[in-house]
Ligand binder design. Sequence first.
Ligand code: ZN
Length: 164
Amino acid sequence: MKPTKTITRLIETAITAQKGAYCPYSRYRVGAAVLTETGRIFSGANVENASYGLSICAERAAIFNSVARGHRALKAVCVVASAAKPCGACRQVMVEFSGKDTELYLVDLNPSTGRKTITRTTVFRMLPAAFDPIASGLLPPNPQNLLRARQGSRRRRTAARRKR
Ligand code: ZN
């Protein structure tokens, strides 16, 4: 599989983000990057704490960074680590801002050789029975509500409708 130019940029951004990991306790460095529906890329790294439970994964750091800047709908997510696989908590957070086709790139980067293996899957394939805010009654039973929450502004929604 040859990744597109944008996906290559997404992967490179996650690799760069991995260098910013703060992980003196686990020494397990993780980098992540997300590509939004608006075409922006945001990154994050794992940040640990002496009180271990306060640590945050790279994936959530990247997603919160994106969402806090108003870019909620994710087109692709990339995780870089040695044996990269998002934890369950991060998968659920990804689902919140993903569509059925949101891609997930797992980049297994060997730190000593620099060799990387890229696996492409989707967010929903990685968490097939995710907690569903509509089924649970937390959002009214209209899929548009979740879509709106993911897409953010009305302007972007209108643009998306016009494309169809
Ligand atoms: Zn995680």
